[in-house]
Design a protein around this ligand. Structure first.
Ligand code: CA
Length: 228
């Protein structure tokens, strides 16, 4: 499958550099320089990932994002912007962005984030589920067998990553990178990951019949129904 990226960016130099870099990584790339142009492209073509500058002439990035989300929850959106205030970040995520990168950033980090978004795959609805466990991505509510489970933000993100790959082992390296935003695993971080997994089990598995969160020794963790 061709991996397609739409770059929405009004600075020609920035857009050209991103375009060249991403083409070098094997992506098919399109560029939109205005909000109107972006809106036209997303209405007529489909992209795996949209890189969205917020400050654009005319219709701004947030408006483009809101328009996209009205009928499309599949396209991954990564906001790229010099705006780094908390309010802007929250507004972007509230409007349906999947991730956020503040300029200036290292190109390698951008590519890593794009890959992470692609790995998340397509979300069919706003809920991730395995057996009787449900995780609602929008309300951020988790329940098992209809019983509500109260998770911390980090526990939620950890469970979300496991549920996005049901039946597949998620490595500690992936969790370190995507849940803890650390480039590399360390013994200390491994302990932190173990502690969070233990707490998740206590909340998700212990009160119920059937374990869902499993350790694959030396590799990582997997969410799946136990074979009976
Ligand atoms: Ca701009």
């Amino acid at each position: 499958m061709t991996r397609t990226v739409l770059i929405v960016e009004d600075e020609p130099k920035v857009a050209a550099a991103l375009c060249e870099g991403l083409e070098g990584e094997g992506y098919a790339v399109a560029v939109a320089a205005t909000g109107e142009d972006a809106f036209f492209r997303i209405s007529t073509e489909s992209f795996s990932v949209v890189l969205l500058d917020l400050a654009l002439p005319g219709r701004d990035g947030l408006a483009v994002l809101q328009a996209l989300r009205r009928n499309d929850s599949d396209t991954r959106v990564l906001i790229l912007t010099a705006r780094d205030t908390l309010a802007d970040r929250v507004a972007g995520l509230d409007a349906g962005a999947d991730d956020y990168l503040v300029k200036p950033f290292a190109f390698a980090e951008l590519v890593a984030r794009i890959r992470a978004l692609e790995r998340r795959g397509r979300v069919v609805g706003p809920t991730l589920a395995q057996a009787d466990l449900q995780l609602d991505l929008w309300s951020r509510k988790v329940s098992r067998g209809g019983r509500a489970i109260d998770l911390t933000a980090r526990e939620f993100t950890l469970l979300e990553h496991l549920l996005r790959a049901p039946g597949q082992v998620v490595s500690r390296d992936t969790l370190a990178r995507e849940v803890w935003q650390e480039r590399e695993r360390t013994p200390t971080l491994d302990n932190v990951i173990d502690a969070h997994i233990a707490r998740l089990r206590k909340k998700v598995d212990e009160p119920c019949d059937g374990r869902l969160i499993h350790t694959v020794r030396g590799v990582g963790f997997v969410v799946r129904e136990e074979a009976s």
